[in-house]
Design a protein around this ligand. Structure first.
Ligand code: SF4
Ligand code: SF4
Ligand code: SF4
Length: 267
């Protein structure tokens, strides 16, 4: 789509969704309530336009989450406040795995996820930070506990009850691609069960083609190791989901330079 066409389409959708929301507000008697406001704390799906535009453009259709093979996207519920029903990612529950073709972006009919941002070099959801370094298993020299791996089975939606109970999966090429992809995460994660030092965040980062441009393990001051967030990190949140001890979080809408400045982020 040409840039002018895209701008026109976005403007049209903004007007249409704006009218829709006004109608809803009037019907519900909430005109004047702070119904639509930016929610900078929300991690939006890949390709999301700036927050102020996003809340006008997301028509809450759920198309993005229907095509997401990892079930990474959810819609805000009634407590979301900043626009009920808008798409977001809760990375501790399920990060984004940066699909090659970004089907979520392609499926978005309104321009809330920008079709011109449908490749890895344009996707900037946020940036990861090591917010709880003293809990890092690699720093304190403790092995990855079973419970940390089991937790990911527990919230992987495509598994059968038997698979979830046994914590055992195999990737079957006859199963739907979505099932295969989600099982592959578990198969890769299994290699880290009991690992010491833990390297889950660095090894499971889905940034492509080179995850080490986004994260790597480095020696920590005072001993042990810590993850180092690097310039290519785009805030997908997979490391947040998979970290056994909740060491990493994503700051939505920020980029590396805004959080770390131009220098290196040494642990
Ligand atoms: S890139 Fe893939 S995993 Fe990430 S939100 Fe989009 S469809 Fe889901
Ligand atoms: S370090 Fe990798 S897994 Fe973590 S948020 Fe950044 S790109 Fe995603
Ligand atoms: S996943 Fe990374 S941050 Fe989390 S405990 Fe393991 S090495 Fe530390």
């Amino acid at each position: 789509m040409k840039a002018d066409d895209k701008k026109k389409r976005r403007k049209f959708m903004q007007q249409m969704t704006g009218l829709g929301v006004l109608g809803l507000a009037a019907a519900g008697g909430i005109l004047g309530a702070p119904y639509l406001k930016a929610a900078p704390e929300r991690l939006r799906p890949p390709g999301a336009v700036p927050e102020e535009e996003f809340i006008g453009l997301c028509i809450k259709c759920g198309q993005c989450l229907q095509v997401c093979p990892y079930d990474s996207i959810v819609l805000e519920d009634i407590d979301g406040k900043a626009g009920v029903g808008m798409a977001y990612i809760e990375p501790r529950e399920r990060g984004c795995y940066l699909c090659e073709a970004f089907p979520c972006i392609l499926a978005c009919p309104s321009g809330a996820l920008d079709h011109e941002h449908d490749s890895i070099e344009f996707v900037h959801m946020g940036v990861a930070v090591v917010h709880n370094p003293d809990a890092c298993l690699a720093k304190v020299g403790k092995p990855v506990p079973d419970a940390a791996i089991d937790r990911i089975y527990d919230h992987t939606t495509v598994l059968t009850d038997a698979e979830r109970r046994s914590k055992k999966v195999t990737v079957d090429p006859n199963e739907p691609e979505k099932v295969q992809l989600q099982k592959q995460v578990l198969v890769d994660l299994e290699k880290h069960r009991g690992e010491n030092p833990c390297t889950i965040c660095a090894d499971m980062c889905p940034f492509h083609p080179d995850p080490s441009a986004a994260i790597g393990m480095v020696d920590a001051k005072g001993g042990g190791m810590l993850p180092e967030i690097r310039e290519a990190c785009n805030g997908c949140g997979a490391c947040v989901e998979l970290c056994p001890t909740d060491v990493i979080k994503v700051i939505p809408r920020k980029n590396y330079a805004q959080i770390y400045g131009q220098g290196e982020n040494h642990a």
